[in-house]
Ligand binder design. Structure first.
Ligand code: PLP
Length: 259
């Protein structure tokens, strides 16, 4: 495995991805679409074409995008994508939506060796999920009913309306944070609607403020990770919670605890 890196909060452009594919010639290019450690949304337009040009598969992590950020797997030429039930869909955790393209299935069928582990063997999972119904594991059917209900709620709202709600509410959050003098870490074009990284002002103890938000206001925000440790707070706004009232409550509480 080779990794390619940018300063945390920035995204890759097509030229950078092309140069990485040229250098490393990977079998799979793996990208995080909604990067919750940094608050950045990796643009995917054109990435699938690039991967086809270099004969590799494209895998994307859509854990914090599904339901909250527009995803166009076919248009982008994505071969493999996985997600979760508990973020944008606002369901109980435990179910992991997963998809594979025909190209990925063909590659799997061409394997000369057996998949080395049981639970991630997509051949076995395919036989279980598909018409053959060959036992593989016991499915958490109660979670599937929950996931179905979460998807039904998204369908009732309308997928495009659901994406728009996330975008409208996060823009309201950004605007409200600006009124109390807080700035954001990611350039506007690439900001995620589901997770915002807020710069901790100089001289402010970010951990103490987050602790006080939790104990006094029952609001939990995350701290920075890696390069951003101590520099940002991470604020999630997704699923049921993506509404103006949540933004108002957080901003009022922040204003109070920061004095
Ligand atoms: C939350 C998150 C994960 C982990 O998901 P779990 O369901 O907690 O395992 C992985 N990738 C990204 C980008 C995430 O935001």
């Amino acid at each position: 495995m080779r990794t390619i890196a940018k300063p945390w909060g920035q995204v890759f452009n097509l030229e950078e991805l092309r140069s990485a594919l040229e250098t490393h010639r990977p079998a799979i290019l793996a990208l995080v679409h909604a990067e919750t450690s940094t608050g950045a949304r990796q643009p995917m337009e054109g990435v699938g074409d690039l991967c086809r040009e270099y004969g590799c598969l494209l895998l994307i992590d859509t854990v914090t995008s599904l339901g909250g950020v527009p995803i166009f797997l076919d248009e982008w030429g994505v071969d493999l994508a996985y997600s979760c039930s508990q973020k944008g869909l606002g369901c109980s955790p435990g179910a992991s939506p997963f998809t594979m393209s025909d190209r990925a299935l063909e590659k799997l069928a061409r394997r000369k060796t057996k998949v080395a582990n049981w639970y991630l063997d997509a051949n076995l999972l395919g036989k279980y999920w598909g018409a053959e119904h060959v036992y593989h594991h016991t499915a958490p059917i109660n979670l599937y009913y929950g996931l179905r209900e979460a998807l039904r709620l998204v369908a009732e709202e309308g997928l495009a309306a659901c994406w728009q709600r996330h975008q409208t509410n996060v823009e309201y959050l950004w605007q409200q944070l600006a009124t109390i003098g807080l700035s954001l870490h990611v350039e506007k074009e690439f900001r995620l609607p589901t997770l915002t990284t807020v710069c901790i002002p100089a001289g402010v103890d970010g951990k103490a403020i987050a602790r006080q938000l939790l104990t006094d206001h029952n609001i939990e925000i995350g701290g920075g990770l890696g390069e951003l440790a101590g520099k940002v707070w991470r604020v999630g706004l997704m699923g049921y919670n993506s509404k103006p009232e949540s933004c108002d409550r957080l901003v009022a509480a922040l204003k109070q605890v920061m004095g």
